[in-house]
Design a protein around this ligand. Structure first.
Ligand code: ADP
Ligand code: MG
Length: 296
């Protein structure tokens, strides 16, 4: 099951709609783990996912998934991945178990279908609800069933398009745990998200899609560091910020800074967040200065 080589490779990949480019010159190599494709609405996340899952052809360049070319080895790609789209694909009239058994049968599992369905219900915490029609389920549970259905075949790579959009915080956390569980079982996950916090908390690798290209790429930590140093934020007794001084975060450097501050001054040490990364990178791309951008 485990796959040791790159799960996704893109070489100068481009997509357009009519004359309008969605992205151009996308080049990347992603190792096994949880990869987040982060970007605002319209950034091209779904388009990239559709290319990687063979649902759409690239307009230029090449992409490989699990080492297979998405155009020339479509069948091999499809056989080795699971895909969950943005909208649920489960049948609302059937029960949860019936949905999974049906999907397993369609996938050719035959007599193993019931066993596989039960294992998935257990894995995704849906056993108690399994006998009830899905139309009575919460959105979060339906989404989990959707993912379970995509995984009736054991595959090393799962693609998810905005799996948590519109979910309440509790369901979102539950889904994160499920996805981490998959990663722990050596199933890699490529997901798209509009939420920085989600990318930061969940992914091993974050690719920020913006303005037709990859605006940033790395671990959540690397992205945060790319945005700049931590800062000592000093406040006077009224709570007003009187200074923001860059620091490497070491005790000696913080001491050097605090030695210059008067009595009654309080400090916070602030590390840049991925939100800061996002705002500063997108502002740079838009030709604005960070902080100048209107609230999205
Ligand atoms: N079927 C389509 N026809 C024309 N333009 C499209 C179509 N689908 C997407 N686009 C355009 O391609 C760009 C990327 O879309 P998409 O990949 O859906 O972005 P995301 O998933 O990040 O929101 C957008 O600017 C969108 O308007
Ligand atoms: Mg989309």
């Amino acid at each position: 099951m485990a796959y040791a080589d790159a799960i996704v490779e893109c070489i100068d990949l481009a997509a357009r709609f009519g004359p309008e480019p969605v992205f151009t010159g996308l080049t990347l190599v992603a190792q096994p783990g949880i990869v987040a494709l982060l970007g605002p609405n319209g950034a091209g996340k779904t388009t990239l996912l559709r290319i990687l899952t063979t649902l759409r052809r690239p307009d230029a360049g090449a992409a490989r998934v699990l080492g297979f070319d998405v155009v020339r080895q479509q069948r091999e790609v499809r056989r080795n991945i699971a895909v969950v789209g943005q909208f649920p694909a489960v049948d609302n009239v059937l029960t949860g178990r019936e949905n999974l058994v049906m999907t397993a049968r369609l996938a050719g599992l035959g007599r193993r279908s019931r066993g596989r369905a039960d294992a998935l219900l257990d894995q995704f915490g849906l056993t108690d609800a399994a006998g009830r029609a899905v139309n009575g389920w919460s959105g979060g549970m339906r989404r989990r069933l959707d993912i379970a259905a995509a995984l009736v075949r054991l595959v090393p790579l799962l693609f998810l398009d905005e799996p948590t959009t519109g979910m309440d915080p509790e369901s979102r956390r539950r889904l994160w745990d499920d996805l981490r569980g998959l990663a722990g079982d050596d199933v890699s996950v490529v997901l798209t998200t509009q939420y920085l916090y989600e990318a930061e908390r969940l992914a091993d690798r974050v690719l920020l899609l913006f303005d037709g290209g990859i605006a940033a790429d790395g671990s959540p930590d690397q992205l945060r560091r790319a945005v700049g140093d931590a800062r000592v934020e000093a406040r006077d007794s009224s709570g007003a910020v009187i200074a923001e001084i860059p620091t490497d975060g070491s005790a000696s450097d913080v001491r050097r800074i605090t030695d210059q501050l008067g009595a009654g001054v309080t400090i916070d040490i602030r590390r840049p967040t991925l939100d800061d990364a996002y705002l500063s990178l997108t502002a740079t791309r838009r030709g604005e200065r960070p902080g100048e951008r209107a609230q999205a």
